[in-house]
Design a protein around this ligand. Structure first.
Ligand code: ADP
Length: 393
């Protein structure tokens, strides 16, 4: 419940009375009922009249006689006689405070008024500051919103450009396929002697041309594959159920001939139980083919590459482990980038394209597979593919 206002009468409206009046009028819980002074033009009287307060020059103070509505009479004349007279007429419950004996009280009143004034000033300043900051924040927010919109537009444009670039790459790379196939067939014809006998030196050079053509054809195939993967979405993958041990075992078998050609021992450790997964089997086999071929290409002669399948009920892990050249921590950050090849890799296997792992990463992205790489330079690498099992959520 809000507290009742304090009803106050002021007797004496000279300079002191005016001051007290001004201070009290600022107080929210004060109600000035009467102001008295024998001089109607005393500054406090003029001020009180302006404020609509009842003023009186009647020094018998009839309105105060035994008036219980008055809580406090403030005597500011400083006259002992007036103080005593007021003491005689006031109601018993009304407090009478005289200026003379209560300097401390009036000083406190002045302090409180000053503090109140300062508080109001602070409050004003604070409100202004809050308004200013709010406006600034609003402006910043608007700027941010428009920046976000701008970025979204730029992003869309970049995506469109990227797609256009991919389409262009796809088209131009596609056009390269036929000429290279033709060169390859011509070199075949020459080497098989259909165009007549050729000196041994020429035959060597033609054989080299044929080899380069094969490497370039592989690179073109890989670039087309990468560009195709970049344009498809997860929901466009043709999902099927495949048994992982079978799928990986087949790839190991197919790549066995490459391993044998490079004198690398390729072994397969299948899991103890069948492991069914959801995937596009062709793409998934391609992913393992890339990892196994890399393991062979970056291995030393006579060393081992092990491919294993392990399951824990929820997920399967296919690990391709080699004891080859290894990958430095700096190179490890870039190996999935298109066309990246480390210098050591280029030395060891000059015919690489730097596209294989980018293809592998896209296939993994489209299937929700994770690829983890552990490697030590000079000791070898393990590429692990973590695959969710079918029927496990
Ligand atoms: P490529 O093998 O044709 O160069 P990839 O995209 O398959 O292209 O691989 C990118 C790079 O990653 C390789 O050039 C090589 O630096 C590194 N890399 C990949 N696999 C291995 C591995 N098993 N051992 C060492 N380095 C590897």
């Amino acid at each position: 419940m809000p507290r009742r206002k304090e009803n106050i009468a002021i007797v004496g409206a000279g300079k002191g009375g005016l001051y007290v009046l001004q201070m009290l009028l600022k107080h929210p819980r004060v109600n000035i009922l009467h102001v008295y002074d024998k001089d109607p033009e005393a500054p406090g009287m003029v001020f009180a009249r302006e404020k609509g307060i009842v003023c009186s020059t009647n020094t018998t103070y009839p309105e105060l006689w035994d008036n219980r509505d008055i809580d406090t009479i403030l005597e500011v004349t400083g006259s002992e006689t007036v103080f005593r007279a007021l003491g005689g007429i006031k109601a018993r419950r009304t407090a009478l405070i005289g200026a003379r004996g209560n300097r401390l009280f009036f000083a406190m009143l002045a302090d409180e008024a000053r503090m109140r004034e300062r508080l109001e000033e602070y409050q004003d300043a604070l409100e202004k500051l809050v308004a200013l900051r709010t406006a600034e924040l609003q402006q910043a927010n608007e700027q941010l919103e428009s920046k976000v919109e701008e970025l979204a537009v730029t992003n869309r444009q970049l995506e469109e450009l990227n797609q256009a670039k991919t389409r262009y790459l796809l088209r131009s790379t596609h056009h390269l396929k036929a000429p290279f196939a033709a060169i390859q067939s011509y070199t075949d014809l020459i080497l098989k002697g259909y165009t007549g006998e050729i000196p041994e030196q020429t035959s060597d050079i033609v054989a080299k041309i044929k080899l380069r053509c094969e490497v370039l054809s592989t690179t073109i195939r890989e670039m087309l594959q990468l560009a195709n993967l970049q344009t498809i979405d997860r929901n466009e993958v043709r999902m099927d159920t495949a048994e992982l041990n079978q799928l990986v075992g087949d790839v190991v078998e197919q790549t066995g001939i490459i391993a044998a050609g490079k004198n690398v021992h390729l072994t397969f450790e299948s899991g103890p139980e069948p492991a069914n997964i959801h995937c596009d089997p062709g793409q998934t086999a391609r992913l393992f083919e890339i990892l196994i071929k890399n393991a062979i290409d970056y291995s030393h002669q006579g060393s081992e590459v092990t491919v294993s399948v392990k399951t824990d009920g929820k997920q399967a892990t296919v690990a391709v482990k080699d004891r080859g050249i290894g990958i430095s921590p700096q190179a490890k950050k870039k190996i999935f980038d298109e066309f990246y090849r480390s210098n050591e890799a280029a030395d060891k296997h000059p015919d690489g394209s730097g596209v294989g792992l980018a293809i592998a990463a896209h296939i993994a992205r489209l299937h929700d597979f994770r690829i983890r790489v552990r490697s030590t330079v000079g000791r070898g690498s393990t590429f692990s593919v973590i695959i969710p099992m079918a029927g496990v959520s």
